[in-house]
Design a protein around this ligand. Sequence first.
Ligand code: ADP
Ligand code: MG
Length: 277
Amino acid sequence: MTEPLLQVSDLTVRYRGADRAAVSGVSLDVLAGETVGLVGESGSGKSTIGRAILGLVRPSAGRISFAGKDIDAPTSWRGSASLRVARAGAVQAIFQDPYSSLNPTRTIGSSLAEPLLAHGFGRPASRTRVTAMLERVGLPVAAMQRYPAQFSGGQRQRIAIARALVLAPRLVVCDEPVSALDLSIQAQVLNLLAEMQAELGLAYLFISHDLAVVRHLAHRILVLRQGEVVESGPAEQVYSQPKHTYTRALLAAAPIPDPAVQHGRSLLVSRGGQAYG
Ligand code: ADP
Ligand code: MG
């Protein structure tokens, strides 16, 4: 039996001063190399789950374990800082806003080398790795000397992907990574994420309010509503035979098909189904 890479059991998160929990009793597993999609409307608790996995918010109850080790327990939060650092290389994140991982005052080369230097790589080895990673995500080596503002939104997200992957993590929490991008650029970035997964055997927890985006990348989908999972299953099944009225409503709220959209989306790597459009 394969042990899940990530195991979240009965996670509850209540923010200080809030009258209801942002997340209640959520359980989910992510296997090595797998993509699990987490969908739900704005405010349903998706980012809170991602932040709890990244150790950025404190669970009120429940357990999160990564590669068989508890990464946080409500009773040992104080002791978890060192663990958080220790697993920093193995779990990474990509957010909607690349500026959350790219410092606008530092060159791309410096931002990308930072995690490597912090993990004991020497300067020459870091440079070699950063160069290779930038090329892999489709940017010229000259990008090393430039600043984040000198790139387009799609390029900046490619740079954020390079930074997240430079330490060869096993799990990447992708929180609305394409939501700020034009549809044609979304497809390119999603394809890049799919390629990187195939090459590096990464697992993704892929968070999006857009079921159509998640469908193509995810093996399994969980639907979140007001902090609770209301439906889960294989991506194609949740998409084509939604059981819950909320899931149907989410699908109905997806952008109306438009030839340009369909063209963009048909570029996507499709898993276990026909390309959409
Ligand atoms: P999503 O990512 O699905 O949009 P979030 O996890 O960001 O949802 O938010 C879930 C709920 O928690 C919302 O009601 C939101 O207002 C609330 N929330 C999020 N962050 C905080 C915070 N730092 N303090 C208090 N409430 C928060
Ligand atoms: Mg969010």
